[in-house]
Design a protein around this ligand. Sequence first.
Ligand SMILES: [Zn+2]
Length: 292
Amino acid sequence: MPELPEVEALAADLRERAVGRVIDQAFIAEFSVLKTYDPPLTALHGATLGGTARRGKFLDLSCSPADGGAPPHLVTHVARAGWLRWRDELPQQPPRPGKGPLAFRLRFADGAGFDLTEAGTRKRLAVYLVRDLADIPGVASLGPEPLDPRFTADTLAGILADRRTQIKGVLRDQKLIAGIGNAYSDEVLHAAKMSPFRLASSLSAQEVESLYRVMVGTLTEAIGRSDGLAASDLKKEKKAGMRVHGRTGQPCPVCGDAVREVSFADSALQYCATCQTGGKPLADRRMSRLLK
Ligand SMILES: [Zn+2]
């Protein structure tokens, strides 16, 4: 799933390619993808793509209607198995619903456009057309942006204070901090040499300060790597830039120990025991429960 750095790069890529282009039509190929009905998608016809932006893991395309009315926002949240693919020339035929991974298509008047695709059977990719970003509940409830200059070590301290939950869960909770998901929370905690199971409230002021610096550094570095890449190359780049996430069994680039995996919430997390937990593997709660 694209997280903050990749969505930032998607917004930059689309800004370069598509801002100023006139929209011809939006197509729904997977019925469940569109989460709003007012304004209707037909409101996009003849509108000019005015700008692109990111909020959390949401990609926001602001469109200026031909009649000069209020610009609606075409917003998408690319889920775990979803992706955006730019195409210089889209097929003339409208897509047939329910065939293959295509979920949504936006076509510009010059024939170019992009597809939103989602592999697998669990369809979670979402598209919204709204007058105000805050009309999307998932956007309205987002926590602060970690790379916003107003987000300081004190902001992070405020988020962690009295929170008796594991730091891994806090970092990827969109309502607390916007844009960090399963992958970058693994990476941030590895870079901070911190156990993902540490209780958020147990961090010392010094640890919060260091976690803050590492979080900003990790995200900024990832944005730097993605900068200038086309949408189609982002997934590969994200994977290649990971030190522990998705690398179970491979050597930790810092100490050489094998990267380990433990179940967490609805999925799994990866970490290095030598770097993060004093060499002691984390107990897999799901597993130990099963064994009891
Ligand atoms: Zn290590």
